[in-house]
Write a protein that binds this ligand. Structure first.
Ligand SMILES: *Cc1c(COP(=O)(O)O)cnc(C)c1O
Length: 222
């Protein structure tokens, strides 16, 4: 199966209104071009160097999303290229992105990464941490970031109920934030969750942005 066919089939099953981020990390430019030619414009990358190399090689109307762990020393490098950073996992990083965006005289959209899965990455805020950190004054202070929502991953398990429960935790943290500190901020609107193997559960639990790699591009060769 080619990238175009994979993408067409996937688009046929993703509901309208759910933004599909094509996760192209580790895949060659020719695969990205195939997706682009099939109409895909939103691409996700998880490494700064790779995102920048691909961004200069691909057409200007691609929207690049950074989805991996963002090291503080890479912020300056990616900012000119990204339209959305999914992976803000500390207050320090949030402040740094704001400062760098101010330096460039732009505003950058970001998502706050939630950690609800029990294993693997330790990156991200727990729902309680996030609710404790976010305040009107912090949001007002960081005027060069647009906090557009949250991102999260479910546990990497086969147990569907467990996955579903993780997505519910992410969604409910989003709802809590939206009805409190973000109640008057319509830009806080995105729940990014769901990957190749679990995006349909994520959508059922309220995702409006999904990040899909393998189903579109095939297995990655690391
Ligand atoms: C790699 C990656 C994805 C895509 O994973 P697939 O299983 O290939 O769909 C989604 N989100 C994040 C944060 C990733 O790092």
């Amino acid at each position: 199966m080619g990238v175009r066919e994979n993408l067409m089939r996937l688009r046929g099953s993703v509901p309208d209104g759910v933004v599909l981020v094509a996760v192209s990390k580790f895949h060659p430019l020719e695969s990205l071009r195939e997706a682009y030619d099939a109409g895909q414009r939103v691409f996700g990358e998880s490494r700064a160097n790779e995102l920048c190399t691909k961004a200069v090689a691909m057409p200007d109307d691609v929207q690049w999303h950074f989805i991996g762990h963002l090291q503080t020393n890479k912020v300056r490098q990616i900012l000119p290229h990204v339209s959305l950073i999914h992976s803000i996992d500390s207050e320090r990083l949030l402040r740094l992105v704001n400062a760098e965006a101010a330096r460039l005289g732009r505003k950058v959209s970001v998502l706050l990464q939630l950690h609800v899965a029990q294993e693997e990455t330790k990156f991200g805020f727990t729902p309680d941490e996030l609710l404790a950190i976010m305040s009107q004054s912090l949001i007002d202070e960081l005027s060069n970031v647009e906090i557009a929502g949250v991102m999260g991953m479910a546990s990497n398990v086969d147990d569907e109920e467990r996955i579903r429960n993780d997505f519910r935790l992410i969604r409910s943290a989003f709802d809590s934030l939206r009805s409190t500190v973000f109640y008057n901020r319509p830009e806080f609107r995105i729940v990014s969750m769901g990957m190749s193997h679990d995006w349909n559960i994520a959508v059922a639990e309220g995702a409006d942005m999904i990040r899909v790699g393998t189903t579109i591009f095939g297995e990655r060769e690391y």
